[in-house]
Write a protein that binds this ligand. Structure first.
Ligand SMILES: C[S@@+](CC[C@H](N)C(=O)[O-])C[C@H]1O[C@@H](n2cnc3c(N)ncnc32)[C@H](O)[C@@H]1O
Length: 295
C-alpha cells in the first residue's frame, strides 16, 4: 500500500511538472491576477517596512515570479499593500522546478528591470544551494502542496531563514473554478477519472499548512493562519467562459476528445454558473495564508 502511494504521488508530481512546463506561458495571463491578489495578501503579513537592500527574500515555486513582481515592481490597480513594492529594493531569488517557468521569470526580470533578482531551476524541497540563515523571508505562494515531501520542504525553509525571519505559505480553501470545470467535465464525460487541478482534500483545511510548518521545525506559538478571498475576476459571463477555455485548464481535459465533445464545453460551463456569477463575472476562490516565524 505504501509503495503504491509513493508511486502514485511521484507520478502525479511528474504529471504536475509536465502540466506547468506545457502551460507556463498561459499561467501568468490566465491565473496571474488571482495568484497576485493572494500573494499580495500573504506579503502583507511580512514586516515589509523593515526590509532594505541588504535583505534577501526567497520566492519559492516562483512560477513566472508573481511574488517577485509585487516585491520589485509597481502593483496592479487591484492590489493595495502600501509597503509594496519594497524600497529600497531587496535581493530576491526565485526558484521553480519547471525550466519554462524559470525562463518566464527571467523574461520578466529583463523586461521589468529586476536588477536585484535571480532565478534558478530548483526543487523547493531541496534548498541545499542556499546557506543556513540566508534569507529574511521565504514566500511560497500556491506551491507547498506540489511537493513530494512538504514537511521536508518546511524544514528546509526553517534552515535557510535567519532567526526572526518569516516563512509564508498559501494553499486553497475553496475553489469555485475547479467545481465548474469538474461539473462541465462530468456532464460531457460522466465516466472520466480526470480531476482537474486535483489537490488532496486535506490541503484545503486550515490545519494542514500549520501542521506541516510545525513538523518542519517552526514552533507552534510562532505559526498563525489567516484567510483571504482573492477570487477570480473575469468581468462578465463571457469573461468566465473565455477564461475557462484557457489551455491551462483545457489542455489536459480535452485530450482524446472529439470535436463534438469540445464543442459542448462552453455551453456546459455556462450551465454550471450561478446567476450571481453570470452577473458579476466573479468566481469565489478563498485561501489559507500560513505565516511562521523562526524563533
Ligand atoms: C500554482 S503555481 C504558483 C506559482 C507562483 N508561486 C504564484 O504565486 O502564482 C505552482 C508552481 O509550483 C511549481 N512547482 C511544482 N512543484 C515544484 C517543486 N517541487 N519545487 C519547485 N517548484 C515546483 C510549478 O512549476 C509552478 O510554477
Amino acid at each position: 500500500m505504501f509503495l503504491i502511494n509513493v508511486t502514485h504521488h511521484s507520478l502525479s508530481q511528474i504529471s504536475e511538472k509536465f502540466h506547468f512546463q506545457k502551460n507556463a506561458s498561459s499561467y501568468e495571463e490566465d491565473a496571474g491576477a488571482t495568484s497576485t491578489r493572494l500573494a499580495a495578501a500573504a506579503l502583507s503579513y511580512l514586516p515589509l517596512r523593515s526590509y532594505s537592500s541588504s535583505s534577501h527574500i526567497l520566492d519559492s515555486a516562483a512560477g513566472p515570479g508573481i511574488v517577485t513582481k509585487l516585491l520589485l515592481s509597481p502593483s496592479p490597480a487591484d492590489v493595495s499593500v502600501p509597503e509594496l513594492p519594497v524600497s529600497p529594493r531587496p535581493r530576491v531569488t526565485g526558484i521553480d522546478l519547471v525550466p519554462a517557468m524559470v525562463e518566464h521569470f527571467k523574461a520578466n526580470k529583463a523586461s521589468l528591470n529586476w536588477t536585484t533578482a535571480d532565478a534558478y531551476v530548483q526543487d523547493s524541497e531541496d534548498l541545499s544551494r542556499f546557506k543556513d540563515a540566508e534569507f529574511d523571508a521565504v514566500v511560497m505562494n500556491l506551491g507547498i502542496f506540489n511537493l513530494r515531501d512538504p514537511v521536508a520542504g518546511a524544514a528546509e525553509m526553517y534552515r535557510v531563514l535567519k532567526p526572526g525571519g518569516y516563512a509564508v505559505i498559501t494553499t486553497w480553501k475553496t475553489r469555485r473554478v475547479v467545481e465548474i470545470l469538474q461539473g462541465a467535465l462530468d456532464a460531457i464525460r460522466p465516466n472520466s477519472w480526470l480531476k482537474p487541478m486535483y489537490m488532496p482534500p486535506e490541503w484545503l483545511t486550515k490545519e494542514k499548512p500549520s501542521s506541516v510548518m510545525e513538523a518542519g521545525g517552526f514552533h507552534k506559538d510562532q505559526i498563525e493562519t489567516f484567510e483571504a478571498e482573492p477570487n477570480w475576476e473575469c468581468g462578465s459571463e463571457e469573461g468566465i467562459v473565455k477564461a475557462l477555455n484557457s489551455p491551462l485548464w483545457t489542455s489536459k481535459i480535452f485530450e482524446g476528445w472529439s470535436h463534438e465533445e469540445i464543442g459542448r464545453w462552453n455551453g456546459e460551463i455556462r450551465k454550471q454558473l450561478r446567476d450571481t456569477e453570470k452577473k458579476t463575472g466573479t468566481l469565489e476562490m478563498s485561501a489559507w495564508i500560513c505565516v511562521a516565524r523562526k524563533g
